[in-house]
Design a protein around this ligand. Structure first.
Ligand code: ADP
Length: 490
């Protein structure tokens, strides 16, 4: 029995132990699983942390590149502003300095332009180099001219990390320009010499990036644009200088020609004046003798002689009239005749002229209309001279207007002056003669002029008188309908 109990107890104990062990094993397995999943989580977290760090680093890098780009663009804008202060080619490079370059992120720069006459590249800008270094580069370029010309022809920037095969080797360039990284950008203005710009840095920390290539290309374009502007400005300036010189020459020539014309005109006036004076004395005698003979005081005259003497008398009057007109024109031209300006009433002047010509108006059945505006009837003029103006113009209107026509005298205020218009319904004046009728001795070649006598001096005298008053005279006309002579007086 005891044995049975012992066996049973042992079995039970063993069973219990087995259960405990099994439980423990289960617990260990569960812990293992937990540890594995914990490890997996930790690994994942580690990956994420690494990713975050990587992203952060990339972000920082992008931010840095962005800052650099913004800084570069800001510097470029400053440079463009500086360069725009000058339009002289040799000044463009003088305004750029090391500070500008530093702001762009470079320590060294040099610029060479191709001199076609000398067939070599000439240095125009150097920042961060000693003079002897530039001389060294210049002589180094001589053997490589064609390669640089090809680069310019290609019109694309190249840098220490994007060097194209056909161009010079990287180590060669690093050595030539004494830098650790560089960019070479062509300068290609539409006008003027082409060239290239090298910008580089010696510092490894500030090595050139891809963004820099873009920046230097913009910089090179800005320089090209400035060179182009300078060339255009120079061209325009030279053209203007040439033009100014030509204008000066022409003005001088014209002034001389004008002096000559004035001299000739003065001589003509003096001549006319002298001849007219000389004519007046014998004319007065002729007229005097003819008048005495006509009175019959020296004895009766046969009918025929009487008629001839009357003709002499009439022609002498006409000649005297012509001589007087000529003398007056000459006197006005030479400034010897002064206009005695006084306030005159246009109504009075026109009425008097109307009275003087009333018989002709009546004979030819011409309607004479006067329309003087109430605010334009007072003029400042020399009474007898302005009277001659009206007599001449209205007299002409009468001559060239057929019977039953109309002659109108009107006045109005225009631009602070009094404008007088004398219109008729006469034959009109051909367009090509409208200017010439104011010249001395000019008469239109028409049937009326062939029948009626005239000197062609009337309108010339009228023009001289109006202009001596500070006024202007002109004519508008329509063939077969009539003419309007207008003159303005201040
Ligand atoms: P004249 O009357 O002695 O010929 P003027 O100098 O007064 O000289 O006039 C010059 C010319 O202008 C005249 O011969 C005439 O042909 C033309 N002319 C002037 N006034 C008129 C007018 N009202 N109508 C048409 N022709 C005119």
């Amino acid at each position: 029995m005891l044995e049975i109990i012992v066996v049973v107890t042992s079995v039970l104990v063993a069973l219990a132990l087995a259960i405990v062990v099994a439980n423990k094993m289960e617990a260990i397995r569960r812990r293992d699983t937990e540890i594995t999943s914990l490890k997996k989580s930790l690994d994942e977290m580690d990956e994420q942390a690494k990713l975050i760090v990587r992203t952060d680093m990339e972000l920082n890098k992008t931010q840095e590149a962005l800052d650099k780009k913004v800084g570069g663009l800001y510097a470029l804008q400053k440079i463009a502003k500086t360069m725009s202060t000058t339009l002289e080619e040799n000044q463009i490079f003088k305004v750029l300095n090391a500070e500008h370059l530093k702001e762009l992120g470079f320590e060294k720069a040099c610029l060479f332009l191709w001199n076609a006459a000398e067939r070599k590249f000439v240095p125009c800008l150097s920042i961060g180099y000693f003079a002897d270094e530039i001389t060294q580069i210049e002589s180094d370029l001589t053997s490589k001219n064609q390669k640089y010309l090809d680069l310019i022809q290609n019109n694309r920037a190249t840098s220490s990390f994007s060097l194209s095969d056909h161009f010079l080797t990287k180590s060669e360039l690093l050595q030539t320009y004494k830098v650790n990284s560089f960019i070479i950008a062509p300068i290609v203005p539409k006008e003027g010499n082409k060239g290239f710009l090298v910008a580089g840095t010696e510092n490894v920390d500030t090595a050139i990036t891809e963004g820099d290539e873009e920046l230097i290309t913009i910089f090179a374009n800005q320089i090209s644009q400035s060179l182009e502007n300078a060339r255009l400005f120079e061209k325009t300036w030279r053209a203007q200088q040439g033009l100014e010189q030509k204008v000066e020459e022409r003005t001088r020539e014209l002034r001389m020609a004008l002096e000559e014309v004035k001299l000739v005109s003065r001589r003509k006036t003096d001549f006319i004046s002298a001849v007219s004076h000389e004519l007046r004395t014998p004319l007065t005698s002729i007229k005097g003798y003819a008048s005495i003979l006509l009175t019959g005081k020296l004895g009766d005259l046969p009918e025929e002689i009487h008629a001839r003497l009357e003709k002499i008398n009439r022609h002498s009057d006409e000649l005297a009239h012509l001589v007087n007109d000529l003398l007056d024109i000459a006197r006005i031209e030479s400034g010897k005749m002064v206009m005695k300006k006084e306030e005159q009433d246009l109504n009075k002047i026109v009425d008097q002229v109307g009275d003087l010509l009333s018989v002709q108006f009546k004979d030819r059945k011409i309607n004479f209309i006067v329309d003087i505006a109430s605010d334009a009837h007072i003029i400042s003029a020399d009474y007898s001279q302005i009277n001659r103006v009206f007599i001449n113009i209205i007299g002409n209107a009468l001559k060239f207007t057929p019977p039953n026509g109309k002659i109108t005298v009107s006045s109005r205020k225009k631009d602070g002056q009094v404008q007088i218009d004398i219109s008729d319904t006469g034959c009109g004046i051909p367009e090509e003669a409208r200017q010439a009728i104011f010249d001395e001795f000019y008469r239109v070649d028409n049937t009326i002029n062939q029948e009626l006598k005239g000197t062609g001096l009337g309108l010339s005298l009228v023009k001289h008188i109006v202009e001596a008053h500070g006024g202007k005279i002109w004519v508008t006309s329509k063939i077969g309908e009539g003419s309007t002579f207008s003159f303005s007086l201040p």
